[in-house]
Design a protein around this ligand. Sequence first.
Ligand code: HEC
Ligand code: HEC
Ligand code: HEC
Ligand code: HEC
Ligand code: HEC
Length: 242
Amino acid sequence: MSTLFPKWTNAIPQVLGAGLVFGLIAVTAGAWYWMTPAYLEVGYQPTQPIAFSHQTHAGLLGMDCRYCHTNVEDSRHANIPTTTTCMNCHTVADNLGGYLAKAVSIDGSSSSAHWDSPDLQLLRQLHAEGKPVPWRRVHKLPDYVAFPHAAHVNAGVSCYSCHKRIDQMPIVYQAESLGMGWCLECHRAPENHLVDTNDVSVTNLRDVQALLNDSSYSATMGEQLKSHLQRNPPQTCGACHY
Ligand code: HEC
Ligand code: HEC
Ligand code: HEC
Ligand code: HEC
Ligand code: HEC
């Protein structure tokens, strides 16, 4: 016997066992890493085909989010504007009007300074060809989650609460995790995130940020707004998962 099974072979089961455990951990970690989509990560910031800046348009020029994202109050999905919306201002006939004057007074640039910009040339070319800009999507929930945009915006949850200071982003990135825990955290205590819809919920993210960071606010105004919610934010599985 002793010649058939030398003493060191006693360790084989342990080694195999340990190997199996490590193997499983490696496979799980690998799957976790590779199967977790990048877009569910905070900070995800894909490079866009045209350097469209929210800092310029929503921040400096003070454009209302709804000028471009026209659906946010009526639809489950927030829309990305077509090139036609951009052409309200960026046509060859230079339609910038008051907005250009505003931009010039802010950063001292002239109309010709941005006129021959390669980004705007590409924009006009795509528009002329009737093609959409191939924007890369930043925020994306898994298909098994139902997220109704309009219900939130109409309840007084500002773009700020979920997308943070888009008006300060030269390139959009994902500022919140969008995970289930994140949804539920707000659904359990929405008073910390509610603002008056007539006031500041859509247009001025700086004011919203100031309000929501004021601790006396949620104790008074937030509670009041909460009592006016049509429904309470749901916590049952079926509300978010079909
Ligand atoms: C002049 C038009 C315009 C205005 C005004 C505008 N946006 Fe956008 N927005 C776009 C375009 C075009 C994109 C797609 C390109 C990109 O991601 O930068 C976009 C993308 C986004 C995205 C990311 C979408 C994704 O792929 O997940 C969010 C969030 C967003 N906008 C929020 C806002 C908010 C909040 C405001 C107001 C503070 C606003 N936008 C104002 C045109 C606009
Ligand atoms: C209400 C008018 C208006 C609309 C609508 C608008 N823009 Fe602009 N855009 C401006 C102004 C004003 C500037 C700043 C010009 C400057 O910096 O001198 C600008 C700047 C830009 C620039 C930077 C150009 C450069 O200097 O390189 C890009 C790119 C751009 N816009 C893309 C877009 C896209 C894409 C859309 C549609 C989703 C859009 N814009 C819609 C007014 C507008
Ligand atoms: C309660 C949180 C919440 C609020 C409030 C909110 N969003 Fe979103 N937004 C999201 C989530 C989550 C997604 C990803 C949705 C998906 O993948 O189905 C998203 C996606 C988007 C997109 C990309 C849509 C697409 O199909 O590419 C845009 C644009 C956008 N939001 C704009 C806005 C604007 C503008 C406002 C304010 C008027 C706003 N959002 C308010 C959570 C929110
Ligand atoms: C910052 C706060 C906040 C976050 C974050 C948030 N919600 Fe909500 N949600 C609300 C509020 C407030 C309501 C109640 C709306 C009402 O009373 O009409 C609501 C309502 C809903 C409803 C019911 C809508 C209806 O028509 O009755 C669904 C579904 C929902 N949320 C899904 C989600 C999902 C999925 C996420 C995460 C991706 C999420 N919410 C993140 C605040 C939030
Ligand atoms: C307020 C909306 C909301 C409610 C309520 C909700 N979920 Fe989710 N759930 C989400 C979102 C958003 C995701 C996707 C993001 C993520 O994986 O965290 C998700 C993901 C999941 C996943 C996949 C997790 C993973 O890591 O892949 C499971 C399983 C799940 N939910 C089960 C449930 C069950 C069971 C309930 C009821 C107890 C429930 N959910 C209630 C929003 C919700």
